[in-house]
Design a protein. Structure first.
Lengths: 304, 304
């Protein structure tokens, strides 16, 4: 029996509630296989498209108050958490497995002095014209950047997670053999101000949050499920090559060679290294190969 | 030491995120007093204004998908849960109390055969004109009613809670001395279809959900915090009288005399009776008197 943290991409969950429900029916089958193999499972998930949708609804609606970004993130934890626990719970019931699963609303602590706060890089929400973008900067104080020729978007910092506020509750639930969904969307980012934790407009990378959580709960394996079957070198080129098992040292060389795309594979690899370096195992694999990846028979295995 | 379920009204939480944060700072002080007295605490809460706001944002926004009512409820659990655990967590830290608190996304099971499904009565969301209301009935299949001369509104059923899906996790957390926030907004209503739980457009009364939860976790006291200091007879009349301690038998007589307003005090009293009848105690009190009410020194005490 191992303790696994499974990190699901927000993009794997579709664009609307019906798509999300449909996609989760298949994902639930994979997760239940893992549980049948006797593993302890914690599920982390992204929320990019979902928190964008919630943020957009409040921006476009004329009768509702402005909704700050941490609160939109909290809503996305409720929304995705409900569908995850419902679909996995239904699959467990179908297979007569007596186990409980639920999402915990989760705050992840970041450092106010994190350099990311000086340099917001993570685009969120809608696209705006240059004029609108100047207004938003003036009125709301948002940082705005031009995004890939498609218009201007708000950017927020992406600081590193340093602790999970609700960790003791997660540990209690795992001890009693429950399945926990946590750090949704990388967690609701909060900073310490004296005794107080205060929500901040930021996005914690969900793979970094998953790696930090995996470390805190002393998990054995971190599984990052994404759109590709493996980590590749020379990706998209003639000499493209899938990595099956790779050491941290080798990965660090490949990072120096700029083999991995920033904002895409690179953060997954860095999170995987962070977790694996304490004699643990990280796996990066596709959702399609999830079951084999859980058995370390597919994907890219990173051993510390 | 007693185990208490505290049921907070959604109206006590304000109309926007800033109001909610501000109001919760005071509520947090009351809850922490309760914890300092050594009690085990479960917090339930309403979500009327908040789920209405979320539902409205998605209705008014043109670029986001339609958001079904159970999903809006799940979002409200994340939104209110985050503010509750943040404010109470901050107050605990301020007073150097080492305890964890978190909201659990919670599904509450209702019976598909509940008569409430034949007769939707609970108004939700925006007001519409007669024409719009006819269209919504045709296109979306919504039940619409005229509401107090202010226009037409969608109504959904308000079935009775029969079980709390995540109850074993709540019990595990209480066993380890954590503080749990659950059945937000009465819980996400789900019905059993074979092995499957399926979300339904309905609103479970949060006091009924709190009473059911209190029964399931074998709580000692159910405290319903509302806008008035006591339950009154002849309310608003010259001979108005506050009830301080009252038996179930007496309350049932008063219900027959139609002493209590439907949709307002009556459901709170019925929920209180349901819980108290198994030799337990229910209290209905105002938020202002919360600390005295927790000690059974204020409010209306109902003993079974």
């Amino acid at each position: 029996m191992s303790r696994l943290v499974v990190s699901l991409g927000g993009n794997a969950l579709g664009k609307n509630p019906q798509e999300q429900k449909d996609l989760l029916k298949d994902i639930a089958v994979h997760i239940v296989e893992l549980i049948k193999d006797g593993h302890e499972v914690v599920i982390a998930h992204g929320n990019g498209p979902q928190v964008g949708m919630i943020n957009l609804a409040f921006s476009e609606s004329s009768s509702t108050p402005a909704m700050p970004f941490p609160e939109c993130g909290a809503m996305s934890q409720g929304y995705i958490g409900y569908h995850l626990q419902n679909s996995i719970g239904n699959e467990l019931a179908k297979q007569n497995i007596d186990k409980s699963i639920a999402a915990i609303v989760t705050q992840v602590i970041v450092d106010e002095a994190d350099k990311a706060f000086d340099c917001p890089t993570k685009p969120i929400g809608s696209f705006y014209s240059l004029d609108e973008s100047i207004k938003l900067k003036e009125i709301m104080g948002y940082d705005m950047v031009e995004d890939s020729g498609r218009g201007y978007r708000r950017v927020v910092p992406s600081p590193m997670p340093i602790d999970v506020k609700e960790k003791e509750m997660i540990k209690s639930l795992l001890k009693d053999n429950h399945i926990v969904i946590t750090v949704g969307g990388g967690g609701i980012p909060v900073v310490k101000k004296g005794h107080t934790l205060e929500g901040v407009a930021a996005v914690i990378d969900k793979d970094n949050a998953s790696a930090k959580l995996a470390e805190i709960i002393d998990a054995d394996i971190l599984v990052i499920l994404t759109a590709v079957d493996n980590v590749y070198i020379n990706f998209g080129k003639e000499n493209e090559e899938a990595l099956h098992e790779v050491s941290i040292t080798r990965l660090e060389e490949l990072i120096k060679e700029k083999q991995f795309a920033e904002g895409s594979m690179l953060p997954k690899i860095k999170a995987s290294i962070n977790f694996a370096k304490n004699k643990k195992i990280s796996v990066i694999a596709s959702l399609d190969n999830a079951e084999a990846a859980f058995k370390l028979e597919a994907g890219t295995i990173i051993k510390g």
